[in-house]
Design a protein around this ligand. Structure first.
Ligand code: SPV
Ligand code: MN
Length: 623
């Protein structure tokens, strides 16, 4: 370890943890960085990371104070590193487990390790790397897990400062134990200015469940590179499902109904680019987190939840002053913000759907850009990438919930599940009980978006919006959910939402902010403020309650004909959906009994409805 000087070595030794030293020794020897810097929780160390990101060109300053721009690569529209790379993400498992997970890529552990360790040999040559310590979850909390990150990307390290709580001092409290996750990342060989990964064909993200670690190389996009985000999510799902708690792809928000002296907390799982962050950032409400939560049964009889992050890595597309006023205000004021893969013109960032005129020229994820520019496959290059993102801290936002760092988390009153569904499910539906709620979460479907590589607009199944990260058998995961809810005295109410319903002409039936009304209705249901219509699908809102909510919260006249169009039950479509769900879950072993019972009851109900009314759409007023 000649690349590490004495001052840095002393910082490591102060942790008194032989496992930390072993891991660092192993990977420094393998990756061969030219310099190793240990970052503690001190501000001067954190400032060093931020300054190096600029000095090395991984980020550049923009006009507003604290704003920087980062690019994940300059490739074609179809081959790039601006989204999670599912194809090259592999979970390493023993040979006899290779068939257990039909939904994700698995690889025999030894051969996977051999392959990636070979790619990582010398991958940091000529680069400085940093050693980071973080805490997933609030400090001094029963929920939290510590994480060690080694990376040669200062963009990655800087992003993690915005998104995660520092953990150097927390590591000292481990008393030498190996109870932590670890993540080794390298952007690999770099080219160009700004510098980006050269060999994306050798991009790999390998998840080693046995060791509680992830090795990631030749990439920069946060969903592939940041250990603490989707890489740690997989390790935590594995851990939680082998213990007695939940790790979920949830936002956590405080809901504050007008004129009532109370607040409630909701979690929500949505696949990428389906309105998750914008739900957590709805006007008048507070945000605890927008992406990943840990949940435990608490001794007050509620399920409690913490945000394992403290910042937001959000999709910037379509954030504008009308549709996402809170986020838009945050992004257009001075604060520490990393923009990625947007267009820059005269130091100002532009993105798709920002509500401003598009400049004719600028610099974007394709390099110098002008209107009409095409990539080498002949595809027109938009001015910003559809999966372009922003990274900001939650603490400094006006709508940050005061419980963000509460070590006890917040009690969960309700859970939302939603997907991008143009023709099947109503805008909001309440489950009849916990198990029906688990069923609703397990049967989320969504049309694909730009947040992962591959074709857009294809209907996919997205159980709990977690399938990409499902490193335990789905049946086991569902049984854990069932058990978890049954242990909670005040069980969260579960709601299925769909923000993307369209009419036959392809027009969206709801405005973007209408989701606020579904959230307020759900909160009212938790407190018995509203009655619901009992239907064979679940509970639906009553028109007059929604009319009042639309007036009070959006100053909008909600019309009965719109209500009927939106909330009609579509038995034929739902039967088709049930068939798809059945086909998917039939491939799984150990799917719990309750799941099949609900599926069969729903199918019987829908057949009865269809026979009784003989109509495509059955008005909610008929129940
Ligand atoms: C998501 O896609 O769900 C995200 C961003 O939250 S990523 O880090 O790419 O996973
Ligand atoms: Mn996410």
């Amino acid at each position: 370890m000649e690349s590490i000087d004495n001052t840095n070595l002393e910082k490591l030794k102060a942790l008194e943890n032989k496992y930390v030293l072993q891991i660092i020794h192993e990977f420094i020897s393998l990756c061969k960085p030219s310099k190793v810097t240990v970052i503690t929780d001190y501000q001067e160390d954190i400032d060093y990371v931020r300054n190096q990101a600029i000095k090395l060109g991984e980020e550049s300053r923009l006009n507003l104070k604290g704003h920087t721009i980062h690019y994940d690569g300059f490739f074609t529209m179809s081959n790039h590193d601006q989204a999670r790379d599912k194809g090259n993400t592999q979970v390493l498992v023993p040979r006899d487990e290779l068939d257990l997970y039909p939904w994700i890529n698995t690889m025999e552990r030894e051969s996977g390790l051999n392959e990636i360790l070979e790619i990582m040999d010398g991958c940091m040559e000529g680069h400085e790397c940093v050693i980071r310590f973080f805490c997933l979850g609030p400090k001094n909390s029963k929920f939290s897990i510590l994480a060690l990150q080694i990376t040669d990307s200062f963009y990655v390290a800087h992003s993690e400062d915005i998104l995660y709580r520092t953990g150097y001092e927390e590591f000292k409290k481990l008393n030498g134990s190996d109870e932590f996750f670890y993540f080794i990342h390298s952007s690999g060989e770099l080219i160009g200015d700004p510098p980006v990964t050269k060999n994306i064909e050798k991009r790999r993200v390998y998840i080693d469940l046995k060791e509680g670690r992830v090795l990631s190389v030749n990439n920069q996009y946060a969903g592939n590179s940041l250990g603490l985000k989707k890489l740690a999510l997989r390790l935590a799902i594995y851990k939680a499902n082998n213990e007695d708690w939940l790790t979920e792809h949830y936002f956590v928000m405080g809901v504050h109904p007008k004129g009532k002296n109370r607040s409630s907390f909701f979690c929500g799982a949505f696949p990428s680019a389906c309105g998750k962050t914008s739900t957590a950032m709805l006007p008048g409400q507070t945000i605890v987190g927008d992406d990943i939560a840990y949940l435990r049964v608490w001794d007050d009889g509620y399920a409690h939840s913490v945000n394992i992050e403290k910042g937001i890595f959000g999709i910037i597309k379509d954030v504008n002053a009308n549709d996402d006023p809170v986020i838009f205000a945050a992004l257009t004021s001075p604060r520490e913000t990393i923009f990625s893969n947007v267009l820059i013109k005269d130091g100002i960032p532009y993105w798709i759907g920002d509500g401003r005129p598009i400049p004719d020229v600028g610099f974007n994820f394709s390099g110098n850009w002008n209107k009409g520019k095409i990539d080498k496959n002949g595809r027109e290059i938009p001015h910003a990438h559809p999966n372009a993102r922003y990274t900001i801290g939650i603490e400094e936002l006006d709508n940050a919930d005061p419980n963000l760092h509460n070590p006890d988390g917040v009690p969960v009153n309700g859970i939302f599940y939603g997907g991008r569904d143009s023709d099947t499910m109503p805008p909001v539906l309440e489950s009849t009980d916990w198990e029906h709620g688990v069923f609703l979460g397990a049967s989320i479907e969504s049309e694909t978006t730009s947040a992962t590589l591959g074709a857009e607009g294809v209907r996919t199944q997205q159980p709990m919006a977690n399938l990409d990260f499902m490193v335990v058998p789905l049946g086991k995961y569902l049984r854990n959910h069932q058990k978890f809810g049954n242990q909670v005295e005040h069980c969260p109410k579960v709601f299925a939402t769909n923000y993307f319903l369209k009419n036959k002409e392809g027009r969206y039936l709801n405005g973007i902010l209408d989701k606020l009304c579904w959230v307020i209705w759900a909160e009212g249901r938790v407190h018995n403020d509203f009655e619901a219509i009992v239907t064979p699908l679940g509970y639906l809102p009553k028109f007059l309650d929604l009319k009042l909510i639309f007036k009070q919260y959006l100053n909008k006249e909600y019309r009965e004909e719109d209500y009927i169009e939106q909330f009609s039950i579509r038995p034929e479509k739902i039967l088709e959906k049930l068939d798809r769900i059945e086909a998917m879950y039939k491939k799984e072993k150990g799917v719990p009994e309750f799941f099949w019972n609900i599926l069969n009851t729903q199918r019987k109900n829908m057949i009865n409805l269809k026979n009784r009314y003989n109509k495509e759409n059955i008005s909610p007023l008929l129940f």
